[in-house]
Write a protein that binds this ligand. Structure first.
Ligand code: PHE
Length: 422
């Protein structure tokens, strides 16, 4: 069986980060639900987000580096002829064909509070996803949203019943062809009419989860998402499994078969009653889901590397047209330059700090940073890690000299992380 580079890249994607098993908004615009011209109105507004000084400060808790601040506000999801914008429009087109009217949000402020991103969603104070090794903080209480679920509660509180919400999200993470510190999610929430849920009035916890009404919601959620997948991929094989998110119960993940591989495409579930209560909507019940648009776009357009979405190269952009899903034709595959670096790590070493240092120095020339060897010296009680860094440009050949200079800088700056280079 032939497995494409895209399938391999995607197979390595980890689960959604608020899933328990992996332990691991401000200004916005409401468009009339009937409107199908969902892109135009908010592009200008979103342009105000492209000011790096909004994200950089000398606050001691600010861990946003300049190369991340420079990504915010690019609005790839609002560009009609960008693969991410094309996918978003396709998803919104599907929801516009359903009987319920979904209000569309696509230009919310990527800066949110810890309350919006975590507390309103029952994400515990000690959840690893909240730590500064995983999340970009501006100060103690504001951050770059790590998921579009950060907007769920404010929209629910405002009285909206059905909505979609798309945007750029930010996570400190590993570096390879399917992981980039900025990516795009699309979220949806649907509340059901009170009358339809009357039979479960007053039920909570397991009683609610075992009720016929809760099952109706879960069934509707699955049917809606299966329809979405068919809309995007044509008839495709799908697999549901149980999952865990603090803000939904029961929770599920959906995988689809792509070139012989099962790929996780989204997380979803019945909205947790405490989330509804905190949003002053305790009298209602409903479902929510969140999906990663890069993952879908990489599959649909056969885009082999996530960095391409951020490229300015016209050889990339000229291939895509509004409303059309076409296969990406690689215009080049320039040779990689591989460099290894080994060092003794101090206590509390955070891999993500090292990955971010690499991205900060070499930008999108870093394709992958991979741990290739690790051992502990029993006498010293110290651990050594060796990483292989793959440098490769998407649009030109690299010279040895320029990569040597980048690698030298990495060897020097990594000392700031308290390591001892070997
Ligand atoms: N926000 C979750 C994530 O990014 C996905 C999700 C959204 C799950 C809505 C359930 C409901 O990991």
């Amino acid at each position: 069986m032939k497995i494409s580079a895209t399938a391999l890249a995607l197979a390595s994607l980890t689960g959604l980060c608020y899933s328990f098993t992996t332990t691991n908004t401000g200004s916005f615009k409401i468009r009339p639900a009937s409107s199908t011209a969902i892109l135009s109105a908010t592009v200008e507004e979103a342009a105000t987000y492209a000011d790096p000084s909004r994200y950089l400060s000398d606050h001691p808790k600010n861990n946003v580096p300049p190369h991340i601040a420079a990504l915010v506000g690019r609005g790839l999801h609002t560009r009609p002829d960008h693969p991410i914008g094309i996918i978003r429009a396709k998803i919104q087109e599907y929801f516009a064909s359903l009987p319920n009217e979904y209000i569309v949000y696509d230009a919310e402020d990527p800066i949110v509070t810890t309350t919006q991103c975590f507390d309103d969603l029952r994400i515990a104070p000690d959840h690893p996803g909240r730590s500064p090794s995983d999340t970009y903080y501006l100060d103690d209480s504001t951050l770059l949203r790590t998921h579009t679920s950060a907007h769920q509660s404010e929209h629910l509180r405002s009285g909206v019943d059905c909505f979609l919400c798309a945007g750029d999200v930010y996570r400190r993470d590993e570096i390879d062809s399917s992981h980039y510190p900025a990516f795009h999610q699309l979220e949806a929430v649907k509340l059901f009419p009170k009358e339809d849920m009357a039979g479960a009035d007053g039920l909570s916890g397991e009683d609610w989860e075992n009720s016929a009404e809760c099952k109706v919601i879960a069934e509707d959620l699955k049917k809606t998402l299966e329809g979405l997948m068919d809309h995007l991929f044509g008839e495709t094989e799908k697999k549901w499994s149980e999952d865990y998110f603090p803000f939904t119960t029961p929770s599920y993940e959906l995988e689809i078969k792509y070139e012989g591989e099962w790929l996780e495409v989204l997380g979803c579930g019945v909205v947790h009653e405490e989330v509804l209560e905190m949003a002053d909507r305790a009298d209602r019940r409903g479902w929510a889901f969140g999906l990663g648009m890069e993952r879908l776009a990489m599959i649909l357009f056969e885009i082999p590397d996530i960095r391409l979405f951020w490229s300015d190269d016209d050889r990339f952009h000229s291939q895509f047209k509004e409303g059309q899903i076409t296969k990406f034709k690689s215009y080049s595959k320039y040779p990689p330059v591989l460099k290894d670096i080994a060092f003794w790590i101090p206590e509390g070493f955070e891999e993500n700090d090292f990955f971010e240092l690499g991205r900060g120095i070499a930008g999108d020339l870093v394709e992958r940073m991979e741990l290739i060897d690790e051992f502990t010296n029993p006498k010293k009680g110290k651990t050594s890690k060796c990483y292989r860094i793959t440098y490769r440009s998407m649009d030109r050949s690299l010279t040895n000299e320029e990569i040597d200079a980048l690698q030298d800088e990495l060897r020097e700056r990594v000392l700031d992380l308290g390591v001892e280079v070997r």
